[in-house]
Design a protein around this ligand. Structure first.
Ligand SMILES: [Fe+2]
Length: 822
């Protein structure tokens, strides 16, 4: 990744030409010289104003005097029409936040450049500015760029040079900096054979280059072909199409290729032309099916909703990677339109809606409801009752008195519509048949179903029209099966790409092989399952190896999926749980707690740990007894807080395991609670690092991957050799990004110090503050309250851990720790 960007000023960051030309023409007038048109200045601006005077002022005049006059005039009029180019200021802010160093190299007079930057970009800190001064050769000589590189302490190949003229491209080449030619400036595309490394048409394309991968030596761009133009608008749209297609449900009659893709392309162009974020709208997630026997198993969202939203989020994330202005998916979660028809209470519908919103982590997803459709036509729409909202909705498309009856007759007379009605009847029959006995005899029940189906069609039509009016340019995603010819595209909310499956009509099942399925409750129950709850709610089914497993209690500790607590029924132990099964679960949930595991001897714990891999042998043996000491020699054996870390991170570089694998660490470790601390203190903190990376967002994750942190502590078992790790690197087995961070400590008894080559001083402190805030975000942190006999199996790659401080009351706290690796 790029570490710094050097910008040319005139024609690249700011449009200065009109003010330069104005000052020059006023100067010429006072020397009785003719004015020049803008077209003349455009050609000369790259060489600087002195060069302009040299070229345009005849030899018999004192050019020095003319130039001095110009400088004075320009100083007073340099901000009359001068503006930053569209998007430039935002882009500079973006790069600044990402920790890049910014610099300017210009043939403008040095002081003028400095004061223009101060006026136009007051909140941007330029690490170096080099304008024309005595003693430094002007561009295209590389001396100015070289001076800047020395000031910002970067190598040429770690930077980009961005400019609009052939002078800039020559400068970059001479200085060895990868060059980016911008098409919006004064260069007018004439590069006279001087090929830039990259070419962009708008500033929004620059982040794509900045994020380009670097090679092992940190050289940026070597993976990218020389003289590669950044994809233009239609090339970007072309790249978005296959991503979109990969998330659609493709039935047998699918018409996406050709028909749907062509329509989508034109829709995408609308956003891309204006450099706007792509907008999608998906009506869905209305409320749970009330049939919790055959279809769902909860009135609240469960892990099925989480996975569906994750898929939408991942979809948006992939589009973001291609298209820098980004992408937003609005989910129109509207239970109100149909809730009375499908017999879902107001209370359940509202609870579902509220809980859904807490499931989104990133900015990619936003939520809307019926109010958003009614707002343009109804004052204070949010305050209306559900009944009034439904009325307002259908009134928007109703055609006079007895509109509903007329609609029903029309449906009856149209064979295709009548088929839709039949289908809806069958669907409703299944969805609400648990309610039928309160509805009287079978005939009148069927009659009521038919009526409800007409209502659904009538309201559905109004809903569709409302969406079109409220979101005219949004790309329509749907959970219903269409042929993808557009304008509605069927989004696959599950991995199942042939059929549209909604989590609100099914239950999530984790199969023994780790795959997930959404199954109707009736079908799921044909498998051997254990139910997992989150709080009071049903959350997920685990397929288990035998029926006995269903007798245990399974709870997720932190939603959506961090920490699985398993409790054995009275009198039973955990012998039936194989190490393989528990390891799978600890990888997936980050950690597994077995309550009242009851090991009396350390040997029993070791026997339990054996199948999880090789056991790390300390000088004192394989079991580390963690207990506060009267005179502690470090935080681990004290009552102070233990900062976040991962286990075996500080082995010295000469260790035999580290020599084989520089990123050697425990894969799993166990903590067994022999004696708990006093209540409310000494909890083990566990960080869900997958969630932490999600909270951080893609941009930070990219930056963290490039940021090495060096950790140093004098007092460890390992002799205090500093170790360096990037904040994010790949999981050795799955290839997923993992968050590898260790928190610093300023404790006198044991300092744990952090530093980085990339950042220093205040910038480093701010950076670490941000990392800490994310690691301690309550969405990814569990503080485990120990109970005697708890055994916690922790995946050391997907989690970080530490300990909260304790008082003297917890001096007897004793945990046994065993580290396994494989
Ligand atoms: Fe540890």
């Amino acid at each position: 990744m790029v570490k710094a960007i050097l910008f040319d000023l005139d024609g690249t960051l700011i449009d200065t030409l009109a003010d330069i030309a104005g000052a020059m023409n006023r100067t010429f007038a006072s020397f009785d010289l003719p004015s020049q048109p803008l077209s003349v200045y455009v050609k000369l601006v790259g060489g600087g104003s002195k060069n302009m005077v040299e070229t345009l002022v005849p030899g018999h005049l004192d050019k020095q005097k003319v130039f001095a006059h110009y400088l004075m005039d320009y100083e007073q009029h340099s901000l009359v029409e001068t503006r930053a180019y569209p998007g430039v200021h935002e882009a500079l802010r973006h790069f600044q936040q990402a920790g890049l160093k910014l610099a300017v190299v210009t043939n403008k007079h040095h002081q003028q450049a400095v004061s223009l930057l101060k006026s136009l970009f007051p909140d941007i800190h330029f690490h170096a500015v080099q304008g024309v001064v005595e003693g430094i050769a002007k561009k295209p000589h590389p001396q100015m760029a070289d001076t800047v590189l020395a000031q910002i302490d970067c190598k040429a190949e770690q930077c980009l040079y961005v400019g609009d003229t052939i002078t800039d491209m020559k400068t970059a080449q001479a200085a060895g900096i990868p060059s980016v030619y911008v098409r919006w400036g004064y260069g007018e595309g004439s590069l006279d054979g001087q090929a830039p490394d990259f070419e962009i048409a708008e500033i929004s394309q620059l982040p794509v280059l900045v994020q380009a991968p670097s090679d092992q030596e940190g050289k940026t761009m070597t993976l990218l072909a020389k003289n590669k133009a950044v994809p233009d608008k239609s090339a970007i749209a072309e790249k978005l199409i296959p991503v979109m297609q990969s998330y659609l449900v493709a039935g047998e009659q699918d018409k996406f290729v050709g028909q749907g893709a062509a329509l989508l392309l034109s829709q995408l162009h609308f956003f891309i032309e204006q450099a706007l974020p792509l907008e999608f709208i998906l009506p869905g997630f209305p409320c749970k099916s009330p049939n919790d026997v055959d279809k769902s198993f909860s009135v609240m969202p469960d892990y099925g909703e989480v996975r569906a939203i994750e898929r939408l989020d991942e979809f948006a994330g992939q589009l973001n990677e291609i298209y820098p202005p980004g992408c937003r998916v609005t989910i129109l979660s509207d239970g109100t339109t149909f809730s009375d028809v499908v017999c879902v209470s107001e209370e359940n519908k509202e609870a579902y809606k509220k809980a859904l919103r807490s499931l989104t982590v990133t900015e990619n997803i936003s939520w809307a409801d019926l109010t958003a459709l009614l707002a343009p036509v109804k004052d204070n729409a949010a305050a209306l009752s559900s009944e009034a909202k439904r009325k307002a909705l259908v009134n928007r498309v109703a055609s006079g008195p007895r509109a509903f009856e007329k609609f029903v007759n029309k449906v009856k007379g149209d064979s295709e519509q009548a088929r839709v009605h039949d289908k809806l009847c069958s669907y409703l029959y299944h969805d609400i048949h648990l309610e039928r006995f309160s509805e009287g005899d079978r005939d009148s029940y069927l009659e009521s179903i038919s009526e409800k189906a007409y209502q659904m069609m009538y309201r559905g039509r109004a809903l569709s029209a409302g969406i079109e009016q409220a979101y005219p340019h949004h790309i329509r995603l749907s959970v219903h099966q269409y042929d993808n010819a557009g304008p509605k595209f069927t989004f696959a909310l599950t991995d199942h790409q042939q059929k549209s499956i909604s989590p609100w009509h099914t239950v999530p099942v984790r199969l023994l092989n780790g795959q997930y399925l959404q199954l109707p409750h009736s079908l799921a129950k044909e498998k051997q399952l254990a139910k997992v709850t989150l709080g009071q709610d049903n959350w997920l089914y685990l397929e288990v190896p035998a029926t006995e497993f269903s007798r245990y209690q399974y709870q997720v500790i932190k939603g959506p999926k961090f920490g699985l607590k398993i409790s054995a029924p009275q009198g039973l132990g955990y012998e039936i749980f194989s190490a393989g099964f528990l390891q799978q679960l600890s990888e997936e949930f980050g950690f597994v707690v077995l309550t009242k595991a009851g090991f009396e001897q350390q040997e029993q714990l070791l026997d339990f740990c054996q199948p999880f891999g090789d056991i790390y042998q300390w000088e004192f043996g394989p079991v580390h007894v963690v207990r506060p000491k009267e005179k502690p020699d470090g935080f681990v054996h004290s009552i102070e807080k233990t900062p976040l870390h991962w286990d075996l991170s500080m082995l010295p570089a000469g260790d035999k395991y580290v020599e084989q694998n520089p990123r050697f660490a425990a894969s799993t470790f166990m903590l067994y609670c022999q004696t708990p601390p006093a209540a409310g203190e000494g909890q083990t903190t566990l960080v869900d690092s997958r969630m932490a990376l999600k909270i951080a967002g893609q941009e930070k994750v990219n930056l963290w991957r490039e940021t090495d942190i060096t950790y140093q502590t004098k007092m460890t078992y390992f002799g205090g050799v500093p170790r360096s790790y990037p904040l994010v690197f790949k999981h050795p087995k799955t290839g997923e990004d993992i968050f590898r961070y260790q928190e610093g400590s300023e404790l006198e008894m044991q300092k744990f110090l952090l530093s980085s080559e990339r950042l220093s001083g205040q910038a480093f402190d701010d950076f670490i503050k941000d990392v800490n805030a994310i690691a301690y975000d309550e969405r990814c942190l569990v503080a485990h309250e120990w109970q005697a006999g708890d055994l916690v199996i922790i995946d050391n790659l997907y989690t970080l851990h530490g300990r909260l401080p304790m008082s003297e009351k917890s001096m007897a706290r004793e945990l046994w720790r065993v580290q396994c690796f494989n």
